[in-house]
Design a binder for this molecule. Sequence first.
Ligand SMILES: NC(=O)C1=CN([C@@H]2O[C@H](COP(=O)(O)OP(=O)(O)OC[C@H]3O[C@@H](n4cnc5c(N)ncnc54)[C@H](O)[C@@H]3O)[C@@H](O)[C@H]2O)C=CC1
Ligand SMILES: O=C(CO)COP(=O)(O)O
Length: 331
Amino acid sequence: MTRAAVLGAGSWGTTFAKVLADAGCSVSLHARRPELVATITASRENADYLPGVRLPDAVRATGDAAEALDGADVVVLAVPSQTLRANLTDWAPLLPPDSSLLSLMKGVELGTTKRMSEVIREVTGAGADRVAALSGPNLAREIAEEQPSATVIACSDDDRAAALQAACHTRYFRPYTNPDLVGCELGGAVKNVIALACGVAAGLGFGDNTRASLITRGLAETARLGIALGADVTTFAGLAGLGDLVATCSSPLSRNRTFGEHLGQGMSVAEVEQITRQTAEGVKSCRSVLDLARAHGVDVPITEAVVRVCHEGESAAQMVREMMSREAKPE
Ligand SMILES: NC(=O)C1=CN([C@@H]2O[C@H](COP(=O)(O)OP(=O)(O)OC[C@H]3O[C@@H](n4cnc5c(N)ncnc54)[C@H](O)[C@@H]3O)[C@@H](O)[C@H]2O)C=CC1
Ligand SMILES: O=C(CO)COP(=O)(O)O
């Protein structure tokens, strides 16, 4: 039986622990707060992040990282992207030597512009064959409710990808494999930024034409950046590209889209942060995505606009005026 350790008991880590258990793995779920460990253990529910969802008995919560990681074949990383380096520095000495390291995170590190798999390799010294990312249209709540969906497991090592695919394949969760780690990770990180823009548009009262325009042009800028970074362009037409973009930009369950909607309604970033407890990765990653694009000479106008609204005090209305008055060009 595959032993999995999920590090991070937020909405996606907890949901994915359930997926792994439903696929037949024995799962340790590591939470930082002892009171959360106690409630999950006593009630089989993570009431903070997934109220009403019963966790299978094969999921065991623990606050002790060494206990969670002991004998793990698969180590799943599910903390906010900007905290990964610090968290993983603590956990690295505890990782079983040949364990697979699977990132669920959708962000780019501020300052370094590194993707999460790059941070994992740098901190742990793991070879490329051990590091994988899972990305796709995977709103945690829907998956926790066992609504059918698909995803992608990206890893340069085909055998490792296939083993991870088997470890999380259930009747409601269908993973595909893809060797294009760069494209899958980038698709996941940039779609959060585009979802913020879609949220802003919704908050301003705009409808489906605006959203479809942002999704399509957002995909174009993701693909441009991906090509510059060596990704396979076909990845962006798949689940980790278009699939995730459509789900996140359309769903009221998306934290990024919801965050943007509040901005569009006139709230400041600080005000929205006060009312949201969960991670909206795009708010920080928009800056690292822009830095990455600039370093590679890639034009990312939607990301630039999101950075201006989130970090430079531009109003939502001004953002729209600036985007619509850009120089005309061929598609
Ligand atoms: N929730 C979703 O539907 C999906 C989320 N993701 C990605 O998964 C990653 C994790 O997201 P969620 O589980 O949704 O986030 P969340 O905000 O629901 O939970 C984050 C978890 O990380 C823990 N954590 C550990 N160290 C932390 C620190 N230093 N500061 C703050 N929290 C810390 C928190 O206690 C919490 O359990 C993100 O990169 C997100 O983009 C990907 C697909 C779906
Ligand atoms: O990544 C996600 C869906 O695939 C979740 O999006 P949010 O982080 O915006 O909720």
